[in-house]
Design a binder for this molecule. Structure first.
Ligand code: NAD
Ligand code: 44H
Length: 495
């Protein structure tokens, strides 16, 4: 039987291994767009901590960004918003193993089935925050129409419709503006989200006073999240469920380490008491140093190792770290290419780099390279391309490890379509699935197909890739010698 409300009482009596301190009748203060592992292992856990300590006294309405079949909202509903979170690893030298049922969702909405209910939430006077995680691919502007009663798939589009309904309902009351806390790993995520919302407002001819209200009375905070959240532990779940006496399809796992740096006024703590609950949250004036070091060093090395690791038959981050050659490759990438391209104190960056490699070694964390490889193209653009460009600008040559990773990325997208999935094959013929937006995957599929048919040489495939503005927002052929270097590495990656 899956965990749900009716089972909670029994569990708190019967199970010692799982903590459950549930109180679900707090008013909804947060709209959450994103039901994925990360938010459930990070923000929702934080709110749970705040509530346990009596600080926040609020609950969350959770929705799914993408249509049915592309998310977990049905499972969240089935489990009455409850799920188990395991935090495991080392914190300040001490072993941590904590398992807890998180109970912060008081409303679960599928915006594609319940669009009007989703919009109606905007009329809730107690609502204060909108938190999101839709991956880097989610905060994107793409022209779309606004049609009455019809769900909007774009996340910023959805938010625009939501804010407009709130604005109308409260007659533009300045005090009813919301605080947006996007967790997507994009530089200046709050600014980007705001720009998209204003762009949609313009496209849809929404009144100027609404746009002024969005601009003046709502806050779109830039923030940077850091915690490795590894999702469902497939290899241990059966054993755990047997011990706990219940199943949980939303079971989530994460490391104890967490950091949330938010560019915002510390007075927001009065409404969102995260530091007061002892959480590692920093209200900062300038997010840039936190953002750049984390995205380029930690996420950059993840994005570097995922395609190459999968192509080499590896499955988890830890396997890559335990593999002598891979370890050397990653250490070189971090120490010799990523860190020297960062404009900060190099000793401090080295210390952070070492701590990241330590976190990757966490014996409890089974971080799947397949999960990390989701939307790898947009991740490469944000996490590794800036290093490649900066390194080249400063040193006048290309960073070897990053270029090798880039070649691996292009090879990783050599896929065929099979029953709606895109399948690639590793160097030894092992099958893997590529997940990215259709336009991106279709571009590569088409290029590789033409290459295989002998219609284009490898060099032309690389030129087409580098010049694709949709992928990179610019023409990468302008980077001297990049095409040649990619070609050299790719030749060794295909049969
Ligand atoms: N897992 C971690 O350790 C971790 C840590 C920090 C940040 N993140 C962030 O989380 C994201 C991955 O999320 P997760 O680990 O929860 O994975 P997940 O697959 O469990 O969740 C991904 C979420 O993003 C949504 N999504 C995916 N593509 C989308 C798109 N094109 N448009 C709108 N929504 C989309 C999904 O519907 C889902 O809600 C990363 O891109 C990163 O921004 C994750
Ligand atoms: O979550 P993603 O898919 O954006 O990226 C994969 C990892 O790099 C990421 O999840 C890190 O583990 C995380 O950002 C650590 O804070």
């Amino acid at each position: 039987m899956n965990i749900n409300k009716s089972q909670l009482k029994r569990l708190s009596k019967d199970t010692n291994a799982v903590q459950s301190s549930h109180k679900m009748d707090f008013p909804i203060k947060v709209l959450q767009i994103g039901e994925g592992n990360f938010l459930r292992g990070f923000f929702d856990w934080m709110i749970h901590e705040c509530n346990k300590q009596g600080h926040f006294k609020g609950s969350i309405a959770v929705t799914q960004p993408r249509p049915a079949g592309r998310g977990k909202i049905a499972e969240v509903k089935r489990q009455d918003g409850l799920y188990t979170l395991m935090l495991r690893g080392f914190h300040q030298g001490k072993k941590v193993e904590k398992t807890e049922i998180i109970s912060v969702f008081s409303k679960v909405i599928d915006p594609y089935e319940e669009w009007m209910e989703f919009l109606a939430l905007s009329e809730n006077p107690e609502l204060e925050f909108v938190v999101s995680n839709t991956t880097e691919a989610g905060i994107k502007y793409q022209p779309i129409p606004l049609e009455e009663g019809k769900p909007i798939e774009s996340f910023p589009g959805k938010l625009t419709a939501f804010l407009y309904q709130r604005y109308l309902h409260f007659n533009g009351d300045a005090k009813k503006g919301l605080i947006m806390l996007p967790c997507e790993l994009l530089e200046r995520n709050g600014d980007s989200l705001k720009q998209c919302v204003l762009k949609y407002s313009g496209d849809w001819d929404l009144p100027k006073p609404f746009m002024e209200w969005v601009d003046r009375d709502n806050l779109f905070l830039n923030s940077l999240v850091d915690r490795i959240v590894t999702g469902f532990p497939a290899n241990e779940s059966e054993k755990l469920f047997a011990a706990w006496g219940y199943k949980d399809t939303l079971l989530n796992t994460a490391e104890p380490y967490h950091l949330w740096a938010i560019e915002g006024d510390p007075s927001i703590e009065e409404r969102l008491p995260l530091q007061q609950a002892g959480l590692n949250v920093r209200w900062v004036k300038d997010l840039t140093p936190y953002q750049m070091r984390k995205v380029r060093i930690l996420n950059g090395s993840h994005t570097l190792m995922a395609p190459l690791g999968i192509l080499s038959g590896l499955e988890e981050v830890k396997q890559a770290i335990d593999h002598p050659e891979f370890n050397q490759f990653l250490s070189n990438a971090i120490e010799k290419e990523i860190i020297p391209s960062l404009p900060f104190d190099q000793n401090e960056m080295m210390l952070y780099g070492e701590s990241v490699l330590e976190r990757f070694k966490n014996p409890f964390v089974h971080h799947l390279l397949a999960d990390i490889s989701l939307n790898s193209i947009s991740k490469f653009k944000v996490r590794l391309l800036p290093t490649l460009e900066e390194y080249h600008r400063v040193k006048g040559r290309l960073p070897d490890c990053i270029v090798r990773g880039f070649s691996g990325l292009i090879r990783f997208y050599k896929v065929n379509e099979m029953k709606g999935s895109y399948i690639g094959k590793s160097f030894s013929g092992k099958v893997y699935v590529v997940k990215d937006d259709i336009k991106t995957i279709e571009f590569f599929r088409e290029q590789w197909l033409r290459y295989e048919r002998g219609e284009i040489p490898l060099r032309q495939l690389i030129e087409a890739t580098l010049s694709n503005q949709y992928l990179w927002g610019k023409d990468l052929r302008e980077i001297p010698n990049l095409g040649n270097e990619l070609c050299r590495y790719l030749e060794g990656m295909i049969d």
